[in-house]
Design a protein around this ligand. Structure first.
Ligand SMILES: [Zn+2]
Length: 174
């Protein structure tokens, strides 16, 4: 049963891959870890899918796969890594640097690292829009809308972010 479901996901991913090839085709991994991002996430070489969505209807599979594949296609993991590094550096500086540098350098460092963190965090948000755009172009906004609402219902999770997405898909003119 489980492998039959996985085969469908792989087939769909293959279809997308053929249309928009990348150097290394990502693999689908069903993992509880994906619950951190609700439905799914992209780690570039891996597309993580919430196991609760294994038996998703075709539109929901397209919705998740096309969006996550958009992240892979556009190498968004780099934005994520930069954000994590600046996040880490900012808080490291915040917590430790005052022991070693003068107050001027400390504040300057906070400002620079804070700005970087802000900038990369913005990039990550833009990446979300880009992945949606990629997916809409591939599958159409109606599929994205239906897939997104199916996932929301299945996970019992219609939060503000999802509502915003649904409005975006609904108003999109393809
Ligand atoms: Zn995303």
């Amino acid at each position: 049963m489980i492998s039959k479901d996985k085969a469908k996901w792989k087939e769909d991913l293959n279809e997308i891959y053929k249309e928009k090839p990348v150097i290394v085709r990502p693999r689908i991994v069903f993992t509880q870890l994906a619950r951190l991002w609700k439905g799914g996430a992209s780690l570039h070489f891996f597309i993580l899918i919430n196991p609760a969505l294994k038996d998703a209807v075709p539109e929901a599979r397209y919705y998740l796969l096309a969006h996550e594949y958009g992240h892979v296609y556009k190498c968004h993991i780099l934005h994520g890594i930069k954000m994590l590094i600046s996040f880490w550096a900012f808080f490291l500086w915040l917590g430790a640097a005052f022991q070693y540098v003068s107050v001027h350098w400390y504040l300057l460092g906070l400002f620079v690292l804070g700005s970087l963190l802000y900038y990369f965090n913005k990039k990550v948000n833009i990446a979300e829009d880009e992945a949606d755009e990629f997916a809409i172009k591939l599958k159409g906004s109606k599929v994205m809308y239906n897939g997104c609402s199916w996932v929301g219902e299945k996970l019992n999770d219609i939060n503000d972010a999802r509502k915003k997405k649904l409005i975006k898909y609904k108003n999109y003119k393809d």
